[in-house]
Design a protein. Structure first.
Ligand SMILES: [Mg+2]
Length: 370
């Protein structure tokens, strides 16, 4: 493929419509980098949803901008890339920095799709016309949280997930179960807040018949997850632990999980996400697509990837109006009344970036050339 003539990094501060609290803490605004790959009057857009603090992962917007500027973009400009799928091999010498790599790779996929006049989902190998949407609800006062549980179930969302931590698990799950129709897919996400010492306590969560329990233990604790999986009836889903295709392969082999949450940004980009999708599919492990408070740009890439055939569980991809108002794209991601998000037929990610929002939210603009 033809290389972009320049890469522009737009560092944005996006205020969240509601504060979002997980076991890591509470955020009221999200920092993110939109990556713009330009060529011949076309712009391809990607995103690095790294946030300001190294809490969810070790990356931040500052480390990502630095790694793209000093390492990834120079490697790209010096390369003979045949397809964006070559990015993981090209960036292999840079260890880690998955989100930075994903941001640049997604911009190249969007640019390539726009050049060919096809939706980016087609290049990713998507087979679905729509995806099922679930919602992830942060830690909030019980009354407010239960109102949200009822509201989102009524809005047609196909799965509800509650963030939990020690001291905040059995009670909200019991309350949510009471309010939801029998058999409604309910899950819990601990964001690595428990330890093997909590095993007996976690076994008691089996009574809520969760669709799965997401990342109960530390992100490096694959063997501990495998031991816990043996005594839980509830399937374990891994999220933070799956930072690469090799770790996904090892987790599956060790039976550390029965479900995998693939976040394309966390695993180094679409190509790696598709590799993990393929290996899980072969092993009979259902996957679903998670998000990281992305703006509409990252969200649309995720929707396109989530339309691959192995994504058989509802993802965390809710409408972008839930987080940002206005969003940075001209046609926000919307969830239909039946809880689905339709794939787009416009070229690329299927939306354009709003220059007014970009200018208003931008804190820094970094231009990179060969
Ligand atoms: Mg999670």
């Amino acid at each position: 493929m033809k290389l972009p003539t320049r890469i522009v990094l737009h560092v944005l501060h996006m205020p969240l419509r509601f504060p979002f609290e997980t076991s890591f803490g509470r955020v009221t605004q999200q920092e993110t980098i939109l990556v713009e790959a330009e060529d011949d009057g076309l712009s391809g857009w990607g995103e690095v949803p790294a946030s300001a603090q190294p809490h969810y992962s070790s990356e931040t917007v500052v480390t990502a901008a630095y790694v793209i500027r000093d390492f990834l973009a120079p490697a790209l400009f010096a390369s003979r890339l045949r397809t964006p799928a070559d990015c993981p091999a090209l960036f292999h010498r840079v260890r880690g920095h998955a989100m930075a790599k994903a941001g640049l790779e997604t911009a190249l996929w969007d640019l390539e799709a726009r050049r060919r006049g096809v939706p980016v989902a087609k290049l990713y190998g998507a087979t679905r016309k729509f995806i099922e949407s679930g919602v992830s609800l942060g830690i909030d006062p019980m009354g407010l949280l239960m109102k949200r549980v009822e509201d989102f179930a009524a809005k047609g969302y196909r799965r509800i997930k509650l963030k939990i931590k020690p001291g905040w698990d059995g009670k909200p799950l019991a309350e949510a179960r009471k309010r939801l129709p029998a058999g409604f897919p309910l899950t819990a996400d601990a964001n690595a807040a428990y330890t093997p010492a909590h095993t007996a306590h976690l076994r008691r969560l089996d009574r809520f018949r969760l669709d799965y329990l997401e990342q109960p233990l530390g992100h490096e604790d694959l063997a501990d997850h495998a031991a816990l999986a043996k005594v839980l009836r509830t399937p374990i889903c891994l999220d933070e632990s799956i930072t690469s295709a090799d770790l996904a392969r090892n987790a599956v082999r060790m039976k550390a999980c029965r479900v995998v949450n693939i976040k394309p940004s966390r695993v180094g980009g679409p190509t790696k996400a598709i590799e993990i999708h393929d290996l899980c599919r072969k092993a009979g492990i259902p996957v679903w697509c998670g998000g990281l408070l992305e703006s509409g740009v990252g969200r649309l890439h995720n929707v396109a990837i989530a339309a691959l055939p192995g994504f058989t569980k509802p993802g965390d991809l809710s409408g972008s109006d839930r987080y940002y108002s206005p969003d940075v794209i001209d046609e926000p991601v919307a969830v239909a009344p039946d809880g689905t998000i339709a794939l787009r037929s416009r070229p690329g990610i299927g939306a354009d970036v709003r220059q007014d929002v970009l200018r208003r939210r931008r804190r820094e603009r970094i231009v990179l050339k060969p």
